[in-house]
Design a protein around this ligand. Structure first.
Ligand code: ZN
Length: 332
């Protein structure tokens, strides 16, 4: 634990956000507006009550509840505007935003129509200095066929703004190997490959993601701390972990990984992973649902004992591993 004060100027530096879910970023006032649009009224206080939970299942319930108000393209446009505003306020200049296309398909929506409205909503923010790109995301427990349908929606949207395909959800459900065809198809479309792994699952989930599916950045990946050989592999191959400390506390993922019920932010393995030479980026995951933001996460990292130069390295790493800033394999 460092005794140095937090270097406030870190907050004003331009940043890239690489692990951020659109549907987990809706502010309570916007939820009130969306629900009213669809005939129900929830006050902001009521939304805040729904945004509090004691475990991962409670969080998933709240996520399902809030996404139930996303029914039309204009609903998605509204939340994109809200998120873009939040990002500008935090000095984010580049973001790859995860979009739960798996949920849209489950609800029998037409993702390409939603996505068109989202792109239009994002346009005015681009001219204000915010570059937005998208990750189409499938839900692991829905299985490989549903995930392949998500990949196929990328063909219909045919936008260069879609930079990657990812899978989130319950990593203990469907075995990793079953998604081989899905990721091969994604790669053939020029998409980068992402997966949530080692959040609540063990280090083998991370290794499988890398070795079986060619995953290029790992969502969370904090379970790597249990496997020194895996830590070497991530460091040697320069495979980043997108670490989201506030999320890990609220979902109970950190407590689970450490087998320590009252694990606090100071117990987080981020410093060990970083000092092992693994590229680490810092993100907010579902910021409004986890009552966090980039400023809070940089303060969290400082409370773990990171020096100012280490905090700066987190910022730099997110730019270094941003897909649309690197030489992209994107030739759709
Ligand atoms: Zn996530």
């Amino acid at each position: 634990m460092t005794s140095h004060p937090f270097p406030e100027h870190i907050l004003s530096l331009p940043k890239a956000e690489l692990h951020l879910h659109l549907e987990g970023s809706i502010r309570p006032a916007i939820v009130t507006q969306l629900s009213a649009r669809h005939g129900v009224y929830y006050s902001e206080d009521e939304v805040l009550r729904r945004y509090s939970y004691s475990d991962f299942l409670g969080f998933l319930d709240a996520f399902k509840w809030v996404t139930s108000f996303l029914r039309e393209p204009r609903d998605y446009a509204l939340i994109v505007e809200d998120l873009a505003q939040q990002l500008l306020e935090q000095n984010v200049v580049y973001a790859e935003i995860t979009l739960s296309v798996g949920i849209m398909l489950l609800r029998k929506q037409r993702p390409e129509r939603n996505f068109e409205a989202m792109l239009r909503a994002a346009e005015p923010f681009e001219s204000r200095g915010l570059k937005l790109f998208w990750i189409f995301d499938a839900v692991r427990q829905f299985g490989p066929d549903a995930a392949l349908e998500v990949v196929n929606t990328v063909r219909n949207s045919a936008s260069k703004k879609i930079v990657a395909f990812g899978i989130g959800g319950d990593e203990l459900s469907v075995p990793t190997a079953e998604f081989r065809l899905v990721y091969d198809t994604a790669a053939s479309l020029g998409l980068h490959r992402l997966m949530h792994a080692g959040e609540v699952g063990g280090p083998e989930k991370i290794r499988e993601a890398v070795e079986l599916l060619g995953i290029e950045r790992i969502g969370h990946g904090i379970a790597a701390i249990h496997d020194p050989a895996l830590m070497d592999l991530l460091a040697d191959r320069r495979i980043p972990l997108e670490v989201c400390p506030g999320s890990n506390i609220l979902t109970g993922a950190l407590a689970k990984q450490l087998s320590q019920q009252n694990a606090t932010i100071q117990d987080h393995p981020l410093p060990k992973l970083l000092r092992h030479g693994i590229p680490v980026t810092l993100s907010t995951d579902d910021p409004t649902m986890f009552h966090t933001g980039l400023a809070t996460e940089y303060r969290n990292a400082h409370r773990m004992g990171l020096s100012e130069s280490e905090l700066r390295s987190l910022i730099q790493t997110s730019f270094d591993h941003a897909f649309a800033l690197a030489s992209a394999p994107n030739h759709r």
